[in-house]
Design a binder for this molecule. Structure first.
Ligand SMILES: *[C@@H]1O[C@H](CO)[C@@H](O)[C@H](O)[C@H]1NC(C)=O
Length: 292
């Protein structure tokens, strides 16, 4: 573990020395009791990050080096399988690429999305976690080592898949388990919920009872199209830890009660060690950057 961290720090350090401009690091951490396949999509005109999709077993984390001025989104895919012909697909957050890499394809709603514009206006990073395209798993974005703006945690720590209003709920093949939660815009498509047509400005498009459901459960996430004020955050010169299922929960995705009990006992210790490891690495990267 320590050797791996030292190697990561050294690699990041040399990348930084030779790149000239400041880059950022995303630590992507899976604290869920189930496997997550993150997907990454760069905005139009922005070069792709590498990789554009990967697997994270429970307890695993991956570090991604993100160039200056990158903009795009990151999300988690769940309940993925490969069929007999080798075609990869996911029940939630699928990007339709048929492979683990998304290669320029975005998430099919509903999916919880972490959105970034690094080094934007006034040199600030802009970031948010959006539920405008629905929700499929808990995700928080936590900045580290940044200054200025309102550098703080953004996202949704709550597990809404069981609790989701029936008319928004997405269930698995058996029809019994909630696996995602649509936004009202996805579910009903009307202009009031989508902030389109006559409702395409902040004066006419107001929060709905559905967007308020998301806002109450997830106060620092985007709940509808004009929710900028309370859900867009800014920070300068930060690295970001993006955590799936930040709060250990007895997920409905573990159907075996014994397995749930075991993970409820063992997850807090191992996941706090994981987060501590990620933070130590980010802190070391940050210190090295500020030495030069
Ligand atoms: C964070 O700061 C930006 C301006 O830099 C502002 O637009 C936004 O509303 C602030 N976000 C929160 C959650 O206060």
């Amino acid at each position: 573990m320590a050797t791996i961290q030292v190697s990561i720090v050294l690699v990041m350090f040399f990348l930084h020395l030779f790149s000239g401009a400041r880059s950022s690091t995303f630590a992507v951490v899976n604290k869920c009791s189930y496997t997550v396949w993150p997907g990454v999509l760069s905005s139009a005109g922005i070069p792709p990050l590498s990789p554009t999709g990967f697997i994270l077993q429970p307890g695993e984390s991956t570090y991604i080096n993100v160039p200056t001025s990158w903009s795009g989104r990151l999300w988690g895919r769940t309940l993925c399988t490969k069929d007999s012909s080798g075609k990869f697909s996911c029940l939630t957050g699928d990007c339709g690429s048929s492979t683990v890499e998304c290669s320029g394809a975005g998430a099919i709603p509903p999916a919880t999305l972490a959105e970034f514009t690094l080094n934007g206006a006034a040199g600030l990073d802009f970031y948010d976690v959006s539920l405008v395209d629905g929700y499929n798993l808990p995700m928080m974005v936590v900045p580290h080592g940044g200054t200025g703006g309102n550098c703080s945690s953004a996202g949704c720590a709550a597990d809404l898949n069981g609790d989701c209003p029936l008319e928004l709920k997405v269930v698995d093949g058996t029809g019994s388990e909630g696996v995602a939660c649509n936004s009202a815009c996805n579910a009903f498509g009307n202009p009031q919920y989508c902030c389109s047509g006559a409702y395409s400005n902040p004066n006419t498009c107001k929060p709905s009872s559905y967007s308020e459901y998301f806002k109450t459960a997830c106060p620092t996430a985007y709940s509808y199209a004009y929710d900028d004020g309370t859900s867009t955050f800014t920070c300068a010169g930060a690295d970001y830890v993006i955590t799936f299922c930040p709060t250990p929960s007895t997920s409905i995705k573990s159907s075996n009660p014994t397995a749930v009990d075991v993970s409820a006992c063992s997850v807090p210790a191992s996941s706090s060690a994981l987060i501590a490891g990620a933070l130590t690495t980010l802190a070391a990267i940050w210190q090295l950057r500020h030495l030069f």
